[in-house]
Design a protein around this ligand. Structure first.
Ligand SMILES: C=CC1=C(C)c2cc3[nH]c(cc4nc(cc5[nH]c(cc1n2)c(C)c5CCC(=O)O)C(CCC(=O)O)=C4C)c(C)c3C=C
Ligand code: FE2
Length: 421
């Protein structure tokens, strides 16, 4: 914290300052931290951990979790976890332990603890010298969590494994999970480091189930605000929910009071699909067929028959032979058929080869946020049945998580879940 110490007048104090004052040392063991937290609260101070002066830093605290409406940095490290604990109180302790760590990671700070050559360093260390890199950490709970912890009564009904969709070839190795951590950052090493250190701090309480790294074009190499291209070279995200528009986000993404379980208010549902894209087949496909597949021009991103990316889409328009200009089986036409909206925030991935075929194991780590999973399900049902794009893709991984509301200063991850009955 570079400048917040004199905010004592405002009754705000950082955990680090508090630790210094109490002589515990900077961010010691998390057990020590929670003790200091109570001490701080007891004398009337609120936490004020966010280091607003840190470089390239996103706020950890707020009404909604970061990593949803915040601009997507160029890398993701997505981790699905299995819990090894058995009770709600153990989960609460885990989230209390993770909170100051997540805050510190998002401030671009190294984890600190007891030192000495005879023990492993407190921080795994690979982000040493790197800044916060716009790291965001987003935490979610999968349907299986509630059963494992004996709290099925707290599971929102709509939080269930996604159904089987036509054409799915789902591999359990990339599916499900009790918890998820979505780490996004402009530096892939920062995203990886964050997950690694959170999982390490929870040793014996969670283990990794599956992970997936992903990427977007680096923000600094493209024109600002330009829609990124996917691995089929098409602009992906031209029509999407606008994360800066609160009205739209409230309609499409954020759970509002009465929409779901009360504890999920201001949270959302995260659907994730690991979708292999058959690059070899695509690269043998004529440009006009590629464009008919999406219903858009490749270079401009414009709807077929139009000039500019954001020109309006007219699915009724016919060519001189009376055929639709935008084919009815194009990805865009079918995605619209469901008349549902979602907020897409996916990343490309490339993971070596598929052993059996020697093909690229590359594609889209599709991630969407919506206030109810039925929004995603309706669109995927429409696509799964008839999408021309299905000739070029295979869905291989699938999971659904309920992402907690944002974390309040002085609070902890998932707090509302434990306050609910
Ligand atoms: C269930 C939801 C969706 C999945 C799964 C999905 C996979 C997928 N999409 C592309 C590439 C593009 N998608 C585009 C548009 C688009 N896609 C969805 C939903 C899913 N896509 C929606 C709701 C939309 C918007 C439709 C509209 O209202 O116009 C586009 C066009 C450009 C754009 O608007 O973003 C592309 C390109 C791939 C490659 C893929 C799986 C690998
Ligand atoms: Fe799409």
């Amino acid at each position: 914290m570079k400048s917040k110490t004199n905010d004592l007048w405002k009754k705000e104090i950082s955990r680090r300052d508090m630790l210094k004052i109490s002589g515990v040392g900077i961010l010691g063991a998390t057990a020590a931290l929670s003790g200091v937290g109570s001490a701080a609260r007891a004398i009337g101070f609120d936490f004020f951990d966010d280091d607003d002066t840190a470089d390239n830093k996103i706020d950890f605290y707020g009404k909604h979790q970061p990593g949803i409406a915040t601009p997507p940095p160029s890398h993701v490290y997505f981790a699905s976890l299995s819990v090894l604990i058995h009770s709600e109180s153990e989960l609460r302790d885990l989230f209390k332990d993770w909170t100051p760590i997540a805050d510190r990671l998002m401030n671009g700070e190294m984890l600190e603890g007891p030192v000495g050559n005879a023990r492993p360093p407190a921080d795994t260390g690979e982000s040493s010298g790197l800044d916060a890199s716009n790291l965001t950490l987003t935490f979610g709970a999968g349907p299986s969590l509630f059963e494992k912890l004996g709290i099925k009564h707290k599971k929102p009904d709509e939080l269930a494994d996604l159904p089987h969709f036509p054409g799915d070839q789902i591999d359990p190795a990339y599916s499900g999970g009790d918890l998820c951590i979505q780490a996004c950052a402009d530096d892939p090493q920062v995203a990886f480091h964050a997950v690694r250190n959170l999982v390490r701090a929870a040793s014996g309480k969670v283990r990794l189930k599956w992970t997936q790294a992903g990427f977007l074009p680096a923000r600094k190499s493209g024109k600002p605000g330009e829609t990124p291209r996917n691995l089929f070279a098409f602009k992906d995200g031209s029509v999407n929910t606008d994360p800066s528009n609160d009205k739209e986000m409230n309609k499409v993404v954020w759970v509002r009071p009465g929409d779901s379980a009360g504890w999920l208010t201001n949270g959302t549902f995260l659907a994730v699909r690991r979708i292999q894209m058959h690059l070899e087949t695509w690269d043998r496909t004529a440009l006009k067929d590629q464009e008919k597949t999406f219903g858009r021009h490749r270079d401009s991103g414009a709807p077929l028959g139009k000039k500019k990316e954001f020109d309006s889409v007219d699915l009724e328009e016919k060519d001189i032979s009376g055929n639709p200009v935008i084919p009815a089986d194009s990805h865009m036409a079918l995605a619209r058929q469901a008349k549902e909206s979602i907020f897409r925030r996916g990343y490309s991935y490339s993971d070596g080869l598929v052993a059996e075929t020697g093909a690229y194991d590359a594609g889209l780590l599709f991630i969407s946020f919506q206030k109810h999973p039925k929004q995603f399900i309706a669109i995927q049902n429409a696509l799964g049945r008839a999408d021309k794009l299905n000739e070029y893709i295979t869905h291989r991984g699938s999971a659904l998580f309920a992402c907690f509301p944002g974390i309040r200063k002085g609070g902890y991850i998932g707090e509302s879940l434990f306050a609910s009955i």
